[in-house]
Ligand binder design. Structure first.
Ligand SMILES: [Fe+2]
Ligand SMILES: [Fe+2]
Length: 279
């Protein structure tokens, strides 16, 4: 059994061993997944603006941490985009990202409201923990599934960042001077955020990343079709242990035992649901 390298925070693109890139080890499904992920990651500045509004009087330490978090997410997008351009010289990250930006903006990123769409800062942090649980397990799955050395390294670096992001938001959740939410409120927020993965963000990123502009007329965007394509690609990468880890992290964020029956049940339900989405 090999042990994955643990990468430290604060890495730069120059540290990645790009010269080890092996085009023969690029797989089409993995390439499609990486292109889509690059667009979602690179969209981080909008999240930074929104979170800074929600935590406007949260103190300089929290605001600095949000800025740093956003820089790391954008770098994930750059690293994945650069790898995708090496793997597919026809892919243009800038062009794909411009199309994605033009067609996708979540409503809470517009306007200047300081109120979290999750109802409170604690709610906001639970939703963030869900996202970081998802990305941490997804990049771990990519790292484990690919034989392409540069992608393995990038995914390993990103997975470690995502796990640190989860810890940042988990700690911020518990540092809020607000009353704790009930278990059921927390669970509702977490499940609500998981269900949002059905919205346009992932499906439309997959479309912009994988349908070139000159094919748009022949292949118009359909949320159902591209949501399914995106899910099928993800499921070719994930295996059950990554989903269980994801669920354990979410269950911990809502205050339940990550090794208890709720985690086992939710892991089984989510795995089945993800499989059904590809059918
Ligand atoms: Fe990320
Ligand atoms: Fe993250």
């Amino acid at each position: 059994m090999t042990v994955a390298t643990v990468y430290k925070q604060g890495w730069s693109l120059d540290e990645v061993h790009w010269h080890l890139f092996d085009p023969h080890k690029v797989e089409p499904a993995m390439l499609a997944a990486v292109k889509a992920a690059a667009l979602v990651e690179y969209n981080a500045p909008d999240y930074v603006s929104y979170l800074k509004r929600v935590f406007a009087d949260g103190g300089p330490q929290t605001l600095d941490a949000i800025e740093q978090w956003g820089r790391e997410e954008s770098q994930h997008g750059k690293a994945l985009g650069r790898w995708a351009e090496m793997a597919d010289p026809g892919f243009r990250m800038d062009e794909a990202f411009a199309r994605f930006r033009k067609g996708y903006t979540p409503p809470h990123f517009e306007g200047d409201s300081a109120q979290s769409v999750r109802g409170s800062r604690r709610g906001e942090m639970i939703a963030r923990c869900v996202v970081e649980s998802g990305t941490s397990s997804y990049y771990s799955a990519i790292r484990d599934a690919t034989d392409e050395p540069v992608l393995k390294e990038i995914a390993g670096r990103i997975a470690a960042d995502e796990y640190r992001h989860y810890k940042l938001f988990y700690d911020t959740l518990h540092a809020q001077p607000e009353p704790d939410l009930s278990f059921w409120s927390k669970l509702k927020i977490a499940i609500g955020r998981v269900r949002e993965s059905d919205d346009d963000e992932l499906a439309y990123a997959y479309y912009c990343a994988n349908v070139p502009p000159d094919q748009e007329a022949d292949k118009p965007y359909s949320r159902t079709a591209y949501s399914r394509a995106s899910a099928a690609t993800s499921m070719s990468i994930y295996n059950r242990k990554h989903i269980q880890k994801l669920v354990q992290m979410v269950v911990k964020a809502v205050g339940a035992d990550p090794h208890g029956w709720i985690a086992s049940l939710m892991g089984a339900i989510l795995w089945r649901r993800m499989q059904s989405k590809t059918a």
